[in-house]
Every structure is written in C-alpha cells, then in structure tokens.
Design a protein around this ligand. Structure first.
Ligand code: MN
Ligand code: MN
Ligand code: MN
Length: 293
C-alpha cells in the first residue's frame, strides 16, 4: 500500500507535520526554534500541537507573522482525555484558540493538570520525596506541569539517576506517580475542538495497545462524539502499522493526518516533516489548507 519511491513519482508530494511539541509543553525547542527547524527541513504545512496549551502556537504565530517563510502554520493542540478509564490523546487542528468553547476547555485542562500535579506530589511525598510539588513547578516554569517536570526535579535532587529511571520507578505506567483520573471525557474534548472550528483526530491510535476489536469500538465512540480523523503516521512507525491505520481510516471513512510527534532530537525521534505522497489514496486532512503561506 505504501508506494513512495518510483511508482508514486507522479503524485504531488509535500512535507507535512501536524504533530509537534514546543517548550510550552514538553518539547525542547522554543516555538520560534521549532519554526526555523521546520522551515529548514522544507516542511510546507506545520501544526504545533502542544499538550493542553496553545501558548506555543500563539508565540509561533506571532514570530511567523514577523518572519514569514514558505511554510504555512496551522493552529493545533493535543488534548488528554479518557475513554473507559484509558488516557487518550486527541489532536485538534485548525481550532480558533480564542473561541469560548476552547478557552473553557483550556481552563478545565489547566485545573485538571494542577489537581493531578498535586496528587502526584502527595503520592511522591508519601514515599519520602518531600517538596515534590514546588520542585516540579519550578521546572515547569511557564509551561504545563507534567510528569517530566517531576522527573527533572527527582534527577536534580539525586533521587534517581536520570529521567528514564524516574519513569521506570516512580512516574511511568502503573507506578505510584501515574495519576490518570483527572482528564475530561473523550466526548468533551472532541466537542471543544469541533465547536471551536477545528477538526478532531485520534493521536497515535496504536499507542493505547487496544486489541483490534477494542480499537474499533474506540474509533466508533470517537466518531459518535463528532471526531473525524485519525493519525496514520506518528513518528517512526512500521509499514505494517501504517497499513493497519490506513485500513481503519477507510473502514470508518476518516480523514487522515501525519506527524512526527517531535519533542527533541533523540535517537528514537523522527525528524520534522513527513511526505504526503504515500497517503494520496486517503483523505488527507491537509486538503483543508492550501500550502501557500
Ligand atoms: Mn509529550
Ligand atoms: Mn501523545
Ligand atoms: Mn504528542
């Protein structure tokens, strides 16, 4: 199904990245650094999709206005939510960041993150790690408080060797600091995105480790909630996974999106920008936007 080189040479291809993070959430690059990097990679359509905040996008949009390039910047967000108790990430593209529905949603996420942070801290304190909340807040600075901030604080204090050990022992899935309960429901976040003029898409659908049957149930619930798209390429991914997701997109008649989920330069991370040509047989969500800046 993936025919990039050779057979697809007549298909117009463009580099797209509809899933990226900046330092406004847990990315390493500032919004302007991310823009410069994407433009250098020849990305033509870029969305900034920080976790539960549009601050990075807004800063990038201001920079982009002053420093136009041949790239088009799309608004975006990656919202955490839950479905049947599982934490899910939903991407919102092309949202009006000032829409009251989105503003209310963002307020809801900010307080959910605060409550969750306090809960993570109290659990860590119960293990003898006093001062976790203040420490993590200091690492978060102006950005969204999350588990990486607790990890950074634990490394700094010498409680753990490195970030990975913090997650393996205390913060990762199933560990004491893995607090999920505060996210809004899938239906709610999907509604915020659609109400604010955006398109809601399921981020990295295979990361939730659902069985095939449960994944179909989940997609059906998402469509019933008003969602209309799915990420068929997320970072480095096997062609088997891409084919599986492409089949699901067709089965549910969904628009498709592609992105790197770039956070930082790392051996496992994909570079910014993915070719659109291999997905020309699907309904690319990028068709909603022209590539002109
Ligand atoms: Mn992240
Ligand atoms: Mn995610
Ligand atoms: Mn992401």
């Amino acid at each position: 199904m993936i025919r990039l080189r050779g057979a697809a040479t007549s298909v117009k291809t463009v580099l797209i990245d509809f899933h990226t993070h900046t330092s406004a959430s847990d990315g390493a690059l500032t919004p302007s650094e991310l823009l410069v990097r994407a433009a250098a990679n020849n990305v033509k359509l870029l969305a900034i999709t920080d976790h539960d905040t549009v601050a990075g996008f807004e800063a990038a949009a201001a920079y982009h206005k002053e420093n136009p390039s041949g790239m088009r910047l799309i608004s975006g967000i990656e919202l955490s939510c839950q479905w049947l108790g599982v934490t899910i990430h939903i991407l919102g593209l092309g949202i009006d960041c000032t829409h009251p529905a989105m503003r209310a949603g963002l307020d809801c996420m900010a307080s959910a993150r605060q409550e969750r942070g306090a809960k993570i801290a109290s659990r860590l304190e119960s293990r003898g790690f006093g001062g976790a909340l203040d420490g993590a807040l200091m690492h978060a600075g102006d950005s969204q408080l999350g588990r990486p901030d607790f990890a950074a604080w634990m490394v700094e204090r010498g409680h753990v060797r490195d970030h990975k050990q913090a997650f393996d022992r205390y913060l990762g899935q199933g560990k004491i600091g893995d607090v999920k309960a505060f996210w809004p429901e899938l239906v709610e976040v999907t509604r915020w995105i659609e109400s604010s003029g955006g398109v809601a898409l399921i981020a990295h659908p295979l990361k939730y480790r659902f069985t095939g049957m449960k994944l179909r149930r989940f997609i059906a619930a998402f469509v019933a909630a008003g969602g209309c798209g799915i990420e068929v390429l997320s970072g480095r991914q096997s062609s088997d996974s891409t084919n599986q997701l492409a089949r699901l997109a067709r089965e549910f008649d969904l628009e498709v999106s592609i992105g790197s989920d770039f956070h930082r330069d790392a051996p496992y991370s994909a570079p910014l920008g993915a070719e659109s040509a291999p997905f020309a047989h699907l309904r690319g969500v990028w068709q909603r936007w022209s590539t002109a800046p």
